[in-house]
Design a protein around this ligand. Structure first.
Ligand code: ATP
Length: 457
């Protein structure tokens, strides 16, 4: 069996498979789409839910020091003033003077081989002029300016400026404003964390690379509150946890890289940041971030809200403002990384095939059950019985009697189903169990029906 994981035109193939098999569609497709938005179809949403469920289990349920929240997306705009987003959550924008299309100045410079890390808009502007960089259409570019990426919206029926709010650009804001609520209601002791999964919105200048850079995205974030003396220990803890997590979901270790952000390039709130980059088909790009945010957020919110967000340590009798370690995970970028590592083409039985080598824990369908022939009622009835039994124990089981058996295997291979079970004449006439097929090797073996649940779980 020949397996090639580096396939020519892999990204296009993944996008096409996602549409063909009901994973991901363009947002508002029948109206021509909406840039920066995608809709998850039946298999996509299951894959996404599996990711979120596994994450919640690892980072919340399996721990004693983590508390979950689900905060409102619309928040008091003062939250985003205090956090620095109103003033500074911006990307450098540059416009094609002929087409008026807008681009990220840093991306155009990077495409021209310039490292723009830590560069100000004025410096990028000077470089674009000096290097005579043109738009991708070959036209002259305007001045580089900072563009705030928050989506502004109006709250209620009044249209005065005080009614302005924003769709949250990250889920972290909803965690910080609930720090005191969690402290006062559940009385956790330091160190403890608050976790949240939810939508975030960024008016990206140039959304691109499928679900990598979206305007509506989903994040899984943790703010972990620690005594400042212990920040290094907890930073190291979450650094290791990120790698364990990427293994849980089946990403190859060799495709996940750490990038230590140089002190000069750190965000204003951070004393140390590691970006976790992944080898996507379009290059090595940020998958996750891990930041030591010091007491920046709690201090800023204390100052702005005038609510005391300090913590009293009963043991040491010390009052302090906790420091924060923030691991931040994008759901959509996780899903794309999973698809990218899982996409495989090989030859099986002399035929080329495409399949998703998904880790069983994330696969949208864990096991598919077929009757060998659709027009034999005794086979269909037995297959239905096996299906019902499996469905009780495992949520993602599919019954499939469409087309011939070869077509069914190909369909299940393409959506990454690890196991297929076929009920055939032997099952009924000789009571020798069913045929269990392994996705990766295509090998089949006969197994007892009563052993199925444990074999595929
Ligand atoms: P980038 O530099 O790629 O724009 P970022 O550094 O702005 O990303 P963070 O603010 O650290 O990203 O956001 C935390 C995580 O949220 C990222 O690591 C990524 O997984 C995810 N994320 C951020 N922006 C987007 C986006 N536009 N589309 C999809 N996921 C995103």
């Amino acid at each position: 069996m020949k397996t090639e994981n580096t396939v020519e035109g892999k990204m296009e193939k993944i996008v096409s498979l996602c549409k063909r098999r009901g994973f991901i569609f363009q947002g508002s497709e029948i109206y021509g789409g909406l840039a920066g938005t995608f809709d998850y179809g039946p298999y996509g949403v299951t894959l996404k839910n599996n990711i979120k469920r596994l994450w919640w289990k690892r980072f919340v349920e399996d721990r004693e020091d983590m508390y979950g929240v689900d905060a409102a997306i619309l928040m008091n705009p003062k939250v985003w003033e205090a956090s620095g987003h109103v003033a500074g959550f911006a990307d450098p924008l540059v416009e094609d003077l002929k087409t008026h299309k807008r681009y990220r100045a840093d991306h155009l410079l990077e495409d021209a081989g310039v490292d723009t890390k830590g560069m100000k808009a004025t410096e990028m502007d000077a470089l674009i002029k000096e290097k005579k960089i043109k738009s991708p259409e070959g036209n002259p570019l305007g001045e580089v300016r900072q563009f705030n990426m928050m989506f502004k919206t109006q709250i209620g029926a009044t249209e005065d400026p005080t009614a302005v709010s924003y769709l949250r650009p990250e889920t972290a804001g909803g965690i910080f404003v609930n720090y005191k609520n969690v402290l006062d209601s559940l009385h956790p002791k330091l160190p403890f964390g608050i976790a949240q999964i939810g939508k975030a919105f960024r008016n990206e200048i140039a959304p691109r690379d499928f679900i990598f850079r979206l305007r509506e995205l989903e994040q899984m974030e943790i703010e972990f509150f620690v005594n400042p003396k212990e920040w290094e220990k907890w930073f190291a803890h979450f650094q290791a946890q990120v790698h364990e997590w990427t293994r849980d979901i089946g990403l190859a270790d060799s495709h996940v890289h750490e990038l230590e952000i140089a002190p000069a390039d750190l965000a204003h709130y951070s004393k140390r940041t590691i970006d976790f980059e992944f080898d996507y088909p379009f290059g090595k790009k940020e998958l996750y971030g891990l930041a030591y945010r010091t007491d920046f957020d709690l201090s800023a919110h204390t100052k702005s809200s005038r609510v005391d967000l300090s913590y009293f340590d009963e043991e040491t009798k010390e009052r302090l403002t906790p420091h924060v370690i923030e691991p931040s995970f994008g759901v959509d970028r996780t899903l794309l990384a999973i698809l990218s590592d899982a996409y495989t083409e090989d030859t099986l039985g002399g035929e080329t095939r495409t399949f998703l080598k998904l880790a069983p824990a994330v696969a949208p369908v864990r096991v598919a059950v077929f009757p060998l022939l659709k027009n034999k009622p005794e086979l269909v009835a037995k297959a239905r019985e096996v299906y019902a039994m499996l469905k009780k124990a495992i949520p993602n089981v599919e019954f499939d009697d469409n087309g011939n058996i070869g077509k069914r295997y190909r369909r299940q291979d393409e959506i990454g189903t690890p196991f297929c079970v076929t009920v055939d004449f032997e099952t009924i006439e000789q009571g020798t169990g069913v045929a269990l097929r392994d996705r990766d090797t295509g090998a089949q073996k006969r197994v007892k029906i009563e052993d199925l649940v444990s074999l595929v779980s």
